[in-house]
Every structure is written in structure tokens, then in C-alpha cells.
Design a protein around this ligand. Structure first.
Ligand code: MLT
Length: 409
């Protein structure tokens, strides 16, 4: 007889984006002629950059010849990609990383979900609220979240991010061991300044707290004082793991590639207080459970670091950020209060007329055929908000805002 991991039984019904897809599919079945536009899940719509397509073709051709075909990739990534990342994403910002501190993977969702494998069950976890659901659900699966009641997990420490505190989480007032931070933030689209992030690093150094810093949206930063990497701040290598993704930066949601930085200075403890290198443990985990990202995908990722590649992905990012501006300006024009959309491809909008998140989600779907993401799906502090993504096609984004403007409520 096989026994299950009973922590799975504590999880609410389904993963947020699966739940939304289910509701949208049911709406489409009942309304087969409706022209539904999705500003829901943050999935890209622009074609891959020409340099990426070219690199894919070349890599596929290499795989077709005996002398250049490749089998298993190195579990932690090919050096051509690691070196490109080191140079372009870090050294260019004054951050010096060793190549064995960078672990290439199939994306930040997998890594943020898997990272807990090397961490003890008794760690107390804090998250900003609202939050990307993977951080909480993966901790719940491991048994670190306690029980789910009234929209909250009993053992998770929530750090509310609301208009009242300018979406800036307070430092925890209880003992915690691990804090997840995502900046630019998914879902609110807000950021922390260098000084604010420094406050977190000082706190983590003082209290031996591990920071999980998800920087999946760093490519969308447009303002000066917003750090692209947590390692731009002194001391961060002793306290932080950083997650990056090619999904949004270069449209790889369907190709799958990301990376995680685990500095060698980063230590954690066993129950006797003895120190261990997390870099070593993560390598042990990845080499055991992961066989590397496909060669052709890593070649494609490396292509974005050429000067032509940088130009091409910037054009796509600018396109999405123009969508963000269109959504923001049009919603503001009808009196809605919105946040984000300046350093991130997400717009976080207050629901009008006191609607709950899910009620306004339903109103928008029923009356305008626009799919959004209900804010409460990201946590209790997201109640009364919806999230709109800027990753749509331009014509759909323009059509969507016109439909929302015509909404009678
Ligand atoms: C989102 O919509 O929040 C993201 O696209 C989901 C993800 O990256 O997994």
C-alpha cells in the first residue's frame, strides 16, 4: 500500500491559474460565440526574437550531426550560458559572481518551488501578501505552512502590502527563518528602492534569515533607483538566493529556461547549529533530480546577450510596457485606482463599487469577456483588487480597455 503526502490534502482546491482556466473554459462552452480576451495569466504573446529563432535552428542542426550532437547537458548549465549571464546580468552591474554560483534550470517556477527541498521542515516562512502562489503552495506541500483556514495558512507569516503602506512590507515582528521577496513584484507591479532592500539585507544578516529573492521581472525596470539584482546591495551574498527567468525577459514561457544564483558565502544550519553551504546542497539536489536544460534552449537563451539580441528583446519589452501604459492610463481615465505598470508588466487595480475580487472578475468576464486575475487569489491582502497583464497583443489590449470603459456598474 502506498501512502500519500498528506500535506497535499491541506491545499485549497486547485492552483490559482488552473482555477481561472477552468472558469474561463466553462464560460466559453456556455458562450461559444464570445470573443474572450485574456489579461489574466502573465503569458507572452510576441514571437521569439529573430536571434533566438536563429540560435534554435543552428542548435537543432548541430543535433542532427554525429560530430556536434549532444546528449545530457551539464546538470547546472553549459558554460557558454553561465558566462554570458555572469558578464551581462551581473558584472555589468558591479556584481562579481563565480560561475559555479549560477545554476541554469527550466525556469523560476520550478526553482522557487523546488528550493525548499534542501531546507528543514521547521523553518518559519514569511511571505509578502499578496504573493505569487508557488512560494506558499510549495511550502504547504512540504509541510511548512500548517493548515489553511479562512484564506490564511496557520504557520505562514504574512507581510501585508497594501496602498496603506505603499506596498512596502514591514520587517517581521516575529522570529522567521526564510522570507520570500519578489521585486519587481508579481502581482502588484510595485518595487523596492535600493535603500528599502538594504533594510531587508541588514535585517537578514542580523537575524540569520534566508531571503528568497525572485527577480523574474527585472528586465522591466525603468526607474533608476530600483535594484535589478539583490546582490547590488552589500552583504546580500551572505543572505540571499536570487531567481531569474527568461520567460518574461525573452518570451521563453514555452521554451523554459531560467537560473538561480546560490552564492558560496550563503550558509544555513543543522539542528546543532553547524554551518553548511547552500551552494553545495543545491548542487547536490540539482545533480540528483535534474538532468539539465536542453542544449538548444540554452543556446537560444545565450543568443539574447549578443548586441543584436539585447536590442531585439528590448523592443519586445518596450512593446509590453506600452501595453502597461495603455491599460494604466485608460483605467485611470475612468476613475479606477491602479498601481504598478511602470517597472513591471502587471497592473494592480482596485475593484470599483466595493466589488470583491472574484465578483469583479465575474462581472468583467460576463459583461466584457475580459479575463483578469482576482487579487484575492494571491492572498488575503489582494482582496478588492484585480491584476491585469500587459503581455497581450496590442489590438487585444486596446479592445480590452475599450470594453472595460464601457462597463456599466
Ligand atoms: C503569472 O501570471 O503570475 C505568471 O505568469 C505565472 C508564472 O510565471 O508561473
Amino acid at each position: 500500500m502506498a501512502f500519500i503526502n498528506e500535506n497535499f490534502l491541506k491545499l485549497p482546491g486547485s492552483y490559482l491559474f488552473s482555477e481561472i482556466a477552468k472558469r474561463v473554459n466553462s464560460y466559453k462552452q456556455q458562450n461559444p460565440d464570445s470573443e474572450v480576451i485574456s489579461l489574466g495569466i502573465g503569458d507572452v504573446t510576441r514571437p521569439l526574437a529573430p536571434v533566438v529563432i536563429e540560435a534554435l535552428h543552428q542548435a537543432v542542426d548541430e543535433m542532427s550531426r554525429e560530430e556536434t550532437m549532444r546528449g545530457y547537458a551539464p546538470e547546472t548549465g553549459y558554460s557558454f550560458l553561465i558566462e554570458a549571464i555572469r558578464k551581462n546580468d551581473y558584472a555589468s552591474r558591479g556584481v562579481d559572481l563565480d560561475s559555479d554560483e549560477i545554476f541554469i534550470s527550466d525556469g523560476a517556477k520550478s526553482d522557487t518551488g523546488n528550493i525548499g527541498d534542501m531546507l528543514g521542515i521547521r523553518n518559519v516562512v514569511a511571505v509578502t501578501d499578496p504573493v505569487y502562489p508557488v512560494y506558499i503552495d510549495s511550502n504547504a506541500m512540504a509541510g511548512r505552512a500548517g493548515c489553511f483556514r479562512d484564506g490564511l495558512w496557520s504557520d505562514i507569516i504574512y507581510l501585508p502590502c497594501t496602498p496603506q503602506n505603499n506596498f512596502t512590507p514591514e520587517l517581521p515582528d516575529k522570529k522567521v527563518d526564510i522570507v520570500y521577496l519578489c521585486y519587481p513584484n508579481n502581482p502588484t507591479g510595485t518595487t523596492l528602492t535600493k535603500d528599502q532592500l538594504k533594510g531587508w539585507i541588514d535585517y537578514a544578516l542580523k537575524n540569520k534569515v534566508l531571503l528568497m529573492f525572485d527577480a523574474a521581472y527585472e528586465a522591466f525596470i525603468s526607474e533608476e533607483d530600483v535594484p535589478h539584482s539583490i546582490y547590488e546591495i552589500e552583504g546580500a551574498k551572505q543572505v540571499a538566493i536570487e531567481f531569474r527567468s527568461f520567460s518574461k525577459t525573452a518570451g521563453f514561457t514555452g521554451l523554459r529556461c531560467g537560473y538561480t544564483v546560490v552564492p558560496k558565502d550563503l550558509l544555513a544550519f543543522d539542528s546543532y547549529g553547524k554551518k553548511y553551504s547552500l551552494n553545495h546542497l543545491w548542487r547536490r539536489r540539482q545533480t540528483t533530480k535534474f538532468n539539465g536544460t536542453a542544449y538548444i534552449v540554452q543556446k537560444a537563451a545565450a543568443a539574447i546577450y549578443s548586441s543584436e539580441g539585447k536590442k531585439q528583446i528590448k523592443e519586445t519589452i518596450d512593446y509590453y510596457m506600452d501595453n502597461a501604459r495603455i491599460i494604466k492610463q485608460n483605467l485611470e481615465a475612468i476613475g479606477m485606482t491602479v498601481y504598478g505598470g511602470i517597472n513591471a508588466p502587471y497592473i494592480w487595480a482596485e475593484t470599483p463599487a466595493g466589488f470583491s475580487s472574484w465578483d469583479f472578475f465575474d462581472v468583467l468576464l460576463d459583461q466584457t469577456q475580459i479575463v483578469t486575475t482576482p487579487g484575492v487569489g494571491f492572498g488575503k491582502s489582494g482582496e478588492g483588487f484585480i491584476r491585469l497583464t500587459a503581455f497581450g497583443k496590442r489590438e487585444n489590449t486596446l479592445e480590452a480597455v475599450e470594453r472595460i470603459k464601457s462597463l456599466k456598474i
